[in-house]
Design a protein around this ligand. Structure first.
Ligand code: EPZ
Length: 421
């Protein structure tokens, strides 16, 4: 039980390097279980979600060999277990990718309904629709998703909503299915492209990832491979927002700027001074932010994962801003916490209306999910006085050494144990 104590007021300065993508890694580790031998993965972020997933993989009988803090090799020869334990599964949403990968590996899987951030209802009906179309018999019993298939067969699947999770799970279940699978209305996130590149390097035939139609031609074998995870666009966006919000000057390195086009366009509208290079983004400051209207959409739209993080800078802008959350129904839990710090924000349905221009003040606040937690860190950086954030296990799930990276830029963040508070 730890907290972060943050002294506000510093303008961030310097350079920060982005780690590997959390959301790619948490899909690629379960996907590795489908290979018949070893798979090496580089540029993994050092976060608790990866530690939990490694524990899960070891439990299933595969062996995770840690090569360094960012690289591991998974030996899959002895994988024997297709039933994942609730205690580990409940810790992260992405454990549901074991459904697709274990189904491919064993023709059966039993995985408890997943945990992860509470962002409103998060059904998995589209995953189940996909598995069923591929020939699996799916049962929901005692909080467990149980599946079995004598033979998986390619199918045409139209997703009723654009979903990252179902697109990935169907890809995993289809790579060795007999014949051709077509996923229509597929999600186009860069993490899906990273997964497709990984699968194709293992010998799969996945075509069209990054577009809304993905075709998968089933193959017989998936071989050993080495893969480098792409940079985390949301972590990059976090440091960009922190720099811009504090009117700082920060070079964010190891970024793929193409992955952040919608974010860069919005920041320019807010009058953030920035420069974009091949693999870096330089934030040069934002003395007087302008108000803006922001609507989240699946990629390439403005990411829901950065919605909370752009809110603090809008509390500084003169006039009203509107943020509309179109992806998750209940992703405004940070609003009450930022309001504790003095912000003037009201919720109307799926929109948050921010009346800017009033300064934030430090306060005790609580991280209710991963990105809400990161948003509170940014709010604390621009607030007057000290903010103490609890619930930071959410933040540790997805950010590698966040306070160390921000302190290197001049932030004043201390991690404290509960006894010291
Ligand atoms: C992934 O969640 C990410 N998680 C989320 O990252 C991210 O916010 C989200 O995609 C959207 O980009 C991981 O990659 C592990 P969805 P996921 O399936 O896959 C509805 C973070 O902070 N839906 O694309 O769970 C769903 O309710 C996080 O890193 C159905 O209706 O998101 C939501 O409204 C949290 N039925 C919408 O689709 C389904 O079967 C998008 O969800 C599946 C989803």
């Amino acid at each position: 039980m730890e907290k972060l104590a943050i002294k506000g007021g510093a303008k961030l300065q310097g350079e920060v390097t982005v780690s590997g993508s959390k959301n790619s890694s948490v899909a690629i580790l379960p996907a590795a279980l489908m290979a018949n031998s070893e798979v090496s993965i580089e540029n993994l972020p050092e976060i608790s979600d990866i530690a939990t997933l490694s524990e899960l993989i070891n439990y299933l009988g595969a062996r995770v060999e840690i090569n360094s803090s960012h690289s591991l090799t998974i030996h899959t020869d002895n994988l024997f277990q297709w039933h994942a334990p609730y205690d580990l599964v409940k810790k992260l949403r992405a454990s549901y990718y074991l459904l697709g990968s274990l189904l491919t590996r064993f023709g059966k899987a039993a995985v408890p309904l997943p945990g992860g951030c509470i962002l409103g209802p998060r059904p998995i009906d589209q995953h189940i629709k996909g598995f069923t179309a591929l020939g699996a018999r799916v049962k929901l019993e005692h909080g467990l998703v149980k599946m079995e298939a004598e033979e998986l067969k390619g199918a045409e699947i139209y997703l009723d909503v654009v979903t990252v999770g179902a697109t990935i799970n169907i890809m995993l279940a289809a790579v060795k299915a007999k014949g051709k699978t077509i996923i229509e209305n597929a999600a186009k996130e860069p993490e899906i492209v990273d997964l497709a590149n990984f699968l194709n390097a293992m010998g799969a035939e996945v075509i069209g990832a990054g577009t809304d139609v993905i075709k998968i031609y089933g193959v017989k074998e998936l071989k050993s491979v080495e893969h480098m995870i792409i940079p985390d666009r949301i972590e990059a966006g976090t440091y960009i927002m922190a720099a811009a919000s504090t009117d700082g000057n920060v070079l964010v390195k190891d970024v793929i700027p193409k992955h952040l086009e919608a974010v860069i366009a919005k920041l320019k509208e807010i009058e953030v001074d920035l420069e974009v290079g091949e693999d870096w983004i330089l934030i040069k400051g934002c003395a007087s932010p302008r108000s803006a209207n922001i609507k989240t959409f699946p990629y390439p739209g403005f990411p829901t994962d950065l919605q909370a993080l752009i809110m603090p800078i809008l509390t500084k802008a003169v006039g009203s801003s509107i943020i509309t959350e179109n992806v998750f129904e209940g992703r405004f839990k940070h609003v009450d916490e930022i309001k504790r710090m003095g912000a003037n924000i009201r919720l109307e349905g799926r929109s948050a209306i921010i009346e800017g221009g009033c300064g934030l003040m430090g306060a005790p606040v609580k991280a209710t999910d991963l990105r809400a937690g990161a948003a509170l860190i940014i709010a604390a950086l621009i607030a007057e006085g000290e903010t103490v954030i609890s619930g930071i296990d959410h933040i540790d799930r997805g950010y590698q050494k966040i306070e160390e990276k921000l302190n290197n830029l001049g932030a004043g963040i201390n991690r404290i144990c509960l006894e010291e508070v």
